[in-house]
Write a protein that binds this ligand. Sequence first.
Ligand code: IPM
Ligand code: MG
Length: 358
Amino acid sequence: MSKKVLVLPGDGIGQEVTASAVEVLDFIIDEYSLDFKVTSMNVGGTAYDESGSPIPDNVLDAAKESDAILFGAVGGPEWDDLDWDDRPENALLRLRKELNLFANLRPAFLFNELSDASPLKKEIINDLDILIVRELTGGIYFGEPRGIFLDKEPNYAFNTMIYNEEEIRRIARIAFESAQKRNKKLCSVEKANVLEVSKFWRSIVTEMSEDYPDIELSHQLADNAAMQLVLNPNQFDVIVSSNLFGDILSDIAATLTGSIGMLPSASLDSSFKGMFEPCHGSAPDIAGRNLANPLAMISSLSMALKYSLNEEEAANKIDKAIRKFIESGNRTIDITTDKKYLKTSEVAKKIIEMIKDE
Ligand code: IPM
Ligand code: MG
């Protein structure tokens, strides 16, 4: 049976970077004679303008039936004042929740050739290779009850940070297993000195570590972890954290590499179906100008092939081509140091050439 790939370009540069990834995907489909059915639909502000919803029902249904979703980016100033439910970001949150994409894998790695772009000194940042495993469908993002109360004295608002045991176990399992495939170190990050939910998180992760004697487990408080990521990022291999702390830590980690335009992410359900998106946003300031770096999106395609579509060989080819692209001096506008750069639409062609050369 053919595998279903849904492309959701979204807003801003989401459109351009997904077009590049689809170009590479079409080539891979051809090259490996894959039986994939690729469909594209609007989401985010673009979908709101067209249909009045950032995630129309037919898009959500198509997403549920897909094996892998390539998601560009959503949002832009023209949609900032919409009601909460209509905002483009809500498309992302609903997809995560309704598809049960609880495991968010956010690698942060540095190509040493690009270390000049990092805000950190070379000796601190070189060889950086971290994987952040962020819980994505629970915690304070989705906890109930929640609300804003504007008819009280004083008015107030609140959210609920909540995790049940199974939610912690399933994300920790992914983290332990990811560490087993890497350098066998796992750091669990929370605020166990202040929050009950964190204390509970730490006790479950600690108990689970008995099943993973090959993994060196450590715990850090979120504020300290933020500092450690900047002071000495190479102490980390895999980091596991909750939805909120993982959100913050993954932005720090991405920034360390100096090139958020290079970093992919995967959001997976328990059967490894998932949504794959670049770490960067919709970048309205450069949208539509053929300037965006599509490598994060192309790299997200590689994660889709590896995790959800069972085509690891093709994924490895793409990863190698991206490395070769950088090593042979090709740059996009966000990572150039001498003002020479390729346009968005030129990058996919170069990557395809490099895959052919392998
Ligand atoms: C992310 C983003 C989202 C999040 C926003 C856009 C809702 O920051 O994917 O990291 O907070 O999860
Ligand atoms: Mg974020």
